[in-house]
Design a protein around this ligand. Sequence first.
Ligand code: 4GO
Length: 254
Amino acid sequence: MVCEQMDFTVLSIFPEMFESFFGYGIIRRAVESRRIVASSINIRDFAKGKHMVTDDRPYGGGCGMVMKPEPLADAIRAAKKKSPLSKTLHLTPQGRTFNQKIAHELAEYEGLILICGRYEGVDERICTRFIDDEISIGDYVLTGGEIAAMIVIDAVTRLIPGVLGGEKSSEKDSFEDGLLEHGHYTRPRSFEGDDVPDVLLSGNHKEIENWRLEASLKRTFLKRPDLFKNRALSNQEKNILKKWHQDIEKIIFS
Ligand code: 4GO
């Protein structure tokens, strides 16, 4: 059987941070079922000298430390030797802002080598000579790239076929079709006086689908109206919006 497998290699001075990340839930099952291979390289293992130093003072002065290029370069070469078809990513606030579309793009690679910086960041010559792509998980600064790497690995892993329970489980997610997801309900039917919408108990699958689409549109309109900018509407969706429009006009002009 041909089975898609993705190889993640993280480079960090704190590789132990990834032990719990790879050890729980869906990510753990993906490792156990060999749908992903998780390995880490301790950059310090490639540092030279008695003190295994990975950082140094910045040329030109200023505060903070910079990750030395030689240990990082050797660590990246070791990762590429083990996983030659992988794409090398650097997690940095200067990268492309990560989103679901980029997650799909990255899921196409055989593997990812994720470089996690610390201190003020890595020597610029590493960025220019060894990195295929720079990714940011959002416009804020972290003390290290490790959590950003986990976020990228998590979002990519759940797109790999077979990782989620049902084969199509990720297709209904928020963002997959450009809308937010509708709300979800489980038992009890009445929770502290708050009831599950009747339609969800009706067993009428067509009506349930219609209710969910309307709920998705409503949420997106109220919480993330910006998502409509880059998304075409189906005729069914336009009809739902037209109906609201009419309902609102009735309120205004009555
Ligand atoms: C990544 C890394 C923020 C991000 C980081 C981000 N901060 N927004 N910090 O994806 C250099 C040293 C980068 C610490 C690292």
